[in-house]
Design a binder for this molecule. Sequence first.
Ligand code: GAR
Length: 195
Amino acid sequence: MTQPVRVAVLFSGRGSNMQTLAQHLAKPSVAGEFVLAITNRPAAKGIEFCQAQNVPCAVIDHKAFDTRAGFEAEMQNALDEAQIELICAAGFMRLLTPDFVTRWHDRIINIHPSLLPAYKGLDTHARVLADGAKEHGCSVHYMRAEMDDGPVIVQKRVPVKADDTPQTLAARVLKQEYIAYPEAIDIVIKTLRKP
Ligand code: GAR
């Protein structure tokens, strides 16, 4: 039996994608293990889930560091200590340096609420509505040095409705995020464990 891939999830707030990943990785049929959560925000709501589920959660407050490199060195320590093989960013709202992302090349993935390469950056739902776009969605992609860049692993599309608000559109996309991320992690786990 091959050892399960050791996964860390990075989050900054609500952590609902992290919960979905935790539930997915708990299935015996999935060859991955949710070993560690890391948040950069001491007040992140998702911490409560980790506590309730007994998932180790490292709180590494980026504000406690003078430099991005210092913050990332602390994250790297936590990841090394837990022998992490794959990082999943799930609502992690902190830019990572090219150094860090390159070190984790093809072993760090992210979910973004748009059909990349369209609508990189923040406030995607409001921007889609402002443009009158007819279609929107989410992407799980390998991270590269550029923000919201890198090969797409899974994309899910949703229609944009005439009476949508950023909130209703976000909720429709989020439902698809919960489908896309488990699908993507399955693909990446298979790639990492390819003989
Ligand atoms: C999700 O919609 C995720 O796609 C988005 O933040 C939300 C986090 O929700 N990520 C980004 O915007 C990254 N640029 P969650 O904390 O409930 O998973």
